[in-house]
Design a protein. Structure first.
Length: 297
C-alpha cells in the first residue's frame, strides 16, 4: 500500500461516492472504481460497501481512511515546515557583475527575491573589474565569457547572450546603416579600450573595418551606449542592452560567432549554504526567463 492508493480511498470516503470522489481528484469515475478494485484485491479485503446511492466504508475501510488521514497530515506538516524554513532563511550574499549585467539582470530580480526571502540581504558590487570569488572578494559572480577556470569555485552555465552591431536611429537616418558585415567599411566606429578592448564584439567590429575612423573609445559598455546614442558611429553591444534602448537600432541580426557564454559562479565553500543556494537558484531562473523573452529587432 502506498500514499497514491490511499488518496483514492480517502477521496471516495470523504465524498461519499466514486463519482464525487473522482471530481475531487480531477479524474473520471471509471479510473476511481478501477483503482479501488485493484487496492481491494491487493489487500484481500473490501474497503467499501457499494450501493446505488454511493460507497459506505467497511471496518477495513475505516482503518484505511485513518491511515490515509495520518499520512495526509504528515505530508501537510512537511510542506508547512519547508515553507516556513524558506521564509526563515537568513544571511547575506555579496554578488558581483559588470555594471551592465548588474543593471539588466541582477537588480531587476532583487525585489521579488526580497519578498520571498526577507531575511537574506544582497550586496551588489557592479564593476567591470573581476573580483576574485575564490579568495572571498565576492560570494557569487555573474559573468560573460568563456568557462571559468581555477580552484575554489563552482560554475553554472546559463543561456548564451547574443551580440550585434548597433547605431542610433539619428545616425542611420543621416548616414544609413550597414545591412551586413561587408557594408561596415565606410562607417564611423565607436571603440573600446582597456579591459573592454578584448571583448569579441569589439574585435569583430574592428576586424570588419580596420581602416574605419574610430570617433571615440570607452572603457565602459554603459558609456558606449551613450556614445552610440550621441550618433558617433557603429558599436557592438549585447542585444540585452541594445534592444532596451529606444534610440538605438540593430544594424543586422546577431552574427552566430558573436554569441557569448554566460556563467554564474559561486565560491565553492558557500555553494551548499541555504541562503546562498536560494539566491543563486532564484537569479539563475530569472536570467533564463529574461533571456528567453523575445528581443525586438
Amino acid at each position: 500500500m502506498d500514499w497514491n492508493d490511499l488518496r483514492y480511498v480517502l477521496a471516495v470516503a470523504r465524498a461519499g461516492s466514486a463519482l464525487r470522489g473522482a471530481e475531487l481528484m480531477g479524474v473520471n469515475q471509471t479510473t476511481v472504481l478501477r483503482r479501488l478494485d485493484a487496492i481491494e484485491d491487493r489487500l484481500g479485503a473490501a474497503l467499501f460497501e457499494r450501493r446505488r446511492t454511493g460507497q459506505t466504508l467497511t471496518a477495513a475501510g475505516r482503518r484505511a481512511v485513518e491511515a490515509a488521514e495520518r499520512m495526509e497530515a504528515e505530508a501537510e506538516a512537511l510542506r508547512t515546515a519547508l515553507a516556513a524554513q524558506s521564509r526563515e532563511l537568513a544571511g547575506s550574499v555579496r554578488v558581483t557583475a559588470s555594471e551592465t549585467l548588474a543593471n539588466r539582470l541582477v537588480t531587476p530580480c532583487l525585489r521579488a527575491f526580497r519578498e520571498r526571502h526577507p531575511g537574506i540581504s544582497v550586496e551588489v558590487v557592479a564593476s567591470d573589474a573581476r573580483l576574485d570569488v575564490a579568495r572571498g572578494e565576492a560570494d557569487v559572480a555573474l559573468r560573460a565569457g568563456f568557462s571559468p577556470e581555477g580552484a575554489g569555485i563552482v560554475a553554472r552555465r546559463l543561456p548564451d547572450t547574443d551580440w550585434t552591431i548597433y547605431c542610433s536611429r539619428a545616425y542611420a537616418s543621416e548616414r544609413g546603416a550597414p545591412a551586413n558585415r561587408a557594408q561596415i567599411p565606410g562607417h564611423d566606429i565607436v571603440g573600446m579600450e582597456g579591459r573592454m578592448s578584448v571583448l569579441p564584439g569589439w574585435r569583430w567590429l574592428e576586424a570588419s573595418a580596420p581602416d574605419a575612423p574610430v570617433r571615440c573609445r570607452s572603457n565602459s559598455l554603459v558609456n558606449l551606449v551613450w556614445n552610440l546614442k550621441a550618433g558617433l558611429g557603429l558599436g557592438a553591444l549585447p542585444v540585452l542592452i541594445g534592444d532596451a534602448e529606444p534610440e538605438l537600432m540593430r544594424c543586422f541580426p546577431p552574427p552566430p560567432e558573436l554569441r557569448a557564454e554566460l556563467w554564474l559562479i559561486v565560491r565553492e565553500e558557500l555553494k551548499a549554504q541555504p541562503h546562498v543556494r536560494a539566491f543563486t537558484d532564484f537569479l539563475a531562473a530569472h536570467v533564463k526567463t529574461t533571456l528567453a523573452e523575445p528581443q525586438s529587432a
